[in-house]
Each structure stands twice: as structure tokens, then as C-alpha cells.
Ligand binder design. Structure first.
Ligand SMILES: *Cc1c(COP(=O)(O)O)cnc(C)c1O
Length: 385
């Protein structure tokens, strides 16, 4: 039995009720999904603008396949870099108002590539404790000294920044925290970076397409500008497709093309993905009603819930976490919702701190008013039960 210890570990997880199961989706992503044979109203996806199954994106992807075939067939630096990829990069840079951009196949790879290319063992990273796992992994892999500061604590960040003698310093933060839904204080982070000569990497996975009047993300939200900002966003969430990009100074981008290992040593994403993303960028820019709707749903949910023992975390984004407490209670609640046809994921430790197990309600422009009301009625009823 060469894998006996793995089997024992899996069994232990199972006994603790921590074994994770993959739900089988039998429909496209959307507000309503078919899961394991049942039709459900879903508050689970990161498809905030409802673009993942949009006809215009499907059409662009099909046209892209007709024109470019399916596989890119090589890495970007060999022969995988098509005109489709090439055209998307300046479009993304223009959209977020930065000089240049570079496409990656996934957000996870973008973070690994950016951080490991820019920092080494004589450097230091300052990271919010609640940052995404990919940023923590990237920091480890870079071998830079890693300082994790308590969530949102500018005082703690300033303390470690002021003491650091590292050659290069990088402050890293999620722009919108994925399990809490709150927005990082980007202008204050930037001010500290200016004061202590550090770069600022903002991971806008949940802000791109959502924040700002035009969906340009966290930089538009705060009207934030600085050459020391390294902006990163993913394209598989609000943008509805897949992939990610980094944007910033032209020299930064040129350097990453040469040194970001998760860019250099991987096959380019299918060109049809870039074609679908051009269509997505168009809709993000033109259809402001999607963001208006999201704001409406956030307010409607916050105003409609009347729960005594549970509370929504303070969040103005489509991520509306409802803190329940123990893992057992949140799983029970999630199962009760499921039995009424509503799918909301239960998020438990170690993903979130002990005692803060929660339902991670995520809202989408694909929801209609009745969907939000159905969730409100179900939660209000369960809170009394
Ligand atoms: C989803 C996510 C990523 C990873 O992006 P993928 O494209 O899914 O690999 C990175 N950072 C944050 C904050 C995320 O939420």
C-alpha cells in the first residue's frame, strides 16, 4: 500500500466532517444551476456580472475558435503568442488606466509569476493576513522575508515597514477580500509604500468589473494613481471567462515577460479565450446597469434580512458573508437552505478564523429581484426556527 498514509489522512478528514466534495454542475454557471440532478437558486459563483454564459461571449469564443483553432500550441515566447492575445493586452491596460499589461493563464499563476520575478532572498514582503492563498504561496516561493500583518492594520504594517532593511519591499493586499467582502484601504496602503519606498501589489480579483463607476476596479473606486502600483486582476470572475493580467509601468511588464516563470514556462491560453475577453471588456464598459443592479441587490439583502443571532459582515461588495459561528451550525443552515432549493456555500475554518464560520452569499447581476427576496424570506424564516 504505497499510499496508506494518504488514505489514513483522508479518513481522518472525513471523520472530522472536513472532507470536501465537488458538486456536479449539470448546467452552465448562472443564478440558476442544475446540481446533482436538482435545479437550484445559486448564491455561490464569482460570476458577479452574469457574463459567464452570455451569448456575446459565447459567440466571440466560437468565432475565435473558427479563426485561431483551439490550442495555442506553444508558450508565448515560442510561437503561442497570437494577435488575439496581443490585442487584448493594450485593451486591458487602457481599461484600467495603466501604461501596459501582460496576460497570464490564471490568477494563481499571475501571482506566482509576479512575486517570484520581482523578489528574492534579500527582499521583504508585507502581506495582509487575509490575503488569497495564491499570494501567500507566491511569497513563500520567492524566498523573500514574509511579514503578515493583522487584517487591515495600517499601524502594524507601518511598524514592520519602518523596521525593514530589505533591499526591495513589496506590500501585497487583496483589493476586495474574498471571504469578508471588505475593500482594502488602497490609498492608505499607497501612502505607506511612498513613505517607506515599497511597491504595492493589489490583487483585484473581486473588484475588476465590479468596483468603480465604469467597472475599472479598485483604482477607479479610490481614484488612486502611482507608478509604484502593480495592479493584478483575474478574468474568470466578473469578466466571466478565465485568465488574469498584471498592469503597470512598461518596464515592469517588459521585465515580467522575461522573468515571470509561470508566464515563460507554460502554454499560452487558447486564443479564443482572448476573443471572448474582448467581448467581455465591451460589456463591462457599456452595461453599467449590471453594476447598478449589483448595488441594488446588496441594499435589498441588507435591508430585508431580520436575523437576531447572525449578522452580515460590513461589506458593500457583492460578497455578503453571513457569520453564523460554529462549523456545525453553518453546515446545518446551508443544508436547510438547500432543502428549500437555495445553494449558498458554508465556509468553515481553516479558510476563516475559528468561531466565524459563515455563509458566503455572493450576488450577481444575473439574479432577479425575486431571487433576492426568496433568499431573504428563507433566511428570515430559518433565523426564527
Ligand atoms: C480567485 C482568486 C485568485 C486566483 O485566480 P484564478 O484565475 O482563479 O487562478 C487570486 N487572487 C484572488 C484574491 C482570488 O480571489
Amino acid at each position: 500500500m504505497p499510499f496508506a498514509h494518504l488514505s489514513a489522512s483522508l479518513q481522518k478528514r472525513n471523520e472530522q466532517g472536513l472532507l470536501r466534495q465537488r458538486r456536479l454542475l449539470e448546467s452552465p454557471q448562472g443564478a440558476r444551476v442544475r446540481v446533482d440532478g436538482v435545479d437550484l437558486l445559486s448564491f455561490c459563483s464569482n460570476d458577479y456580472l452574469g457574463l459567464a454564459n452570455h451569448p456575446a461571449l459565447i459567440h466571440a469564443a466560437c468565432e475565435g475558435a473558427e479563426k485561431w483553432g483551439v490550442g495555442a500550441g506553444a508558450s508565448h515566447l515560442v510561437t503561442g503568442h497570437t494577435q488575439a492575445h496581443h490585442d487584448l493586452e493594450p485593451a486591458l491596460a487602457r481599461f484600467v488606466g495603466l501604461p501596459a499589461a501582460l496576460l497570464f493563464s490564471t490568477g494563481y499563476m499571475a501571482n506566482l509569476g509576479i512575486v517570484t520575478a520581482l523578489l528574492g532572498r534579500h527582499d521583504a514582503i508585507f502581506a495582509d493576513k487575509l490575503n488569497h492563498a495564491s499570494l501567500n504561496d507566491a511569497a513563500q516561493l520567492s524566498r523573500a522575508r514574509l511579514h503578515r500583518y493583522p487584517h487591515g492594520s495600517l499601524a502594524a504594517l507601518e511598524q514592520v515597514l519602518s523596521e525593514s532593511k530589505a533591499a526591495h519591499k513589496l506590500v501585497i493586499s487583496d483589493a476586495v477580500f474574498s471571504m469578508d467582502g471588505d475593500i482594502a484601504p488602497a490609498p492608505a496602503l499607497l501612502a505607506l509604500c511612498e513613505k517607506y519606498n515599497a511597491w504595492l501589489l493589489l490583487d483585484d480579483a473581486h473588484g475588476f468589473g465590479v468596483l468603480g463607476a465604469n467597472g475599472k476596479g479598485v483604482l477607479e473606486h479610490f481614484a488612486c494613481h502611482s507608478p509604484r502600483i502593480i495592479y493584478m486582476a483575474t478574468l474568470g470572475k466578473a469578466a466571466g471567462v478565465a485568465g488574469a493580467f498584471v498592469a503597470g509601468d512598461q518596464t515592469l511588464i517588459d521585465y515580467l515577460v522575461q522573468h515571470a516563470r509561470s508566464y515563460v514556462y507554460t502554454t499560452a491560453a487558447p486564443p479564443l479565450q482572448a476573443c471572448a475577453l474582448q467581448a467581455s471588456l465591451g460589456l463591462i464598459a457599456e452595461e453599467g446597469w449590471r453594476r447598478d443592479r449589483l448595488k441594488q441587490w446588496v441594499t435589498r439583502l441588507q435591508d430585508g434580512l431580520n436575523l437576531h443571532n447572525w449578522h452580515l459582515m460590513p461589506s458593500s461588495t457583492p460578497i455578503q458573508p453571513l457569520v453564523i459561528g460554529t462549523s456545525l451550525d453553518v453546515v446545518k443552515l446551508s443544508e436547510r437552505l438547500l432543502s428549500t432549493g437555495i445553494l449558498v456555500p458554508a465556509i468553515r475554518p481553516p479558510t476563516v478564523p475559528q468561531g466565524t464560520a459563515r455563509l458566503r452569499i455572493s450576488l450577481s447581476a444575473a439574479h432577479v429581484e425575486e431571487d433576492i427576496d426568496q433568499l431573504i424570506v428563507a433566511l428570515n424564516r430559518l433565523a426564527k426556527a
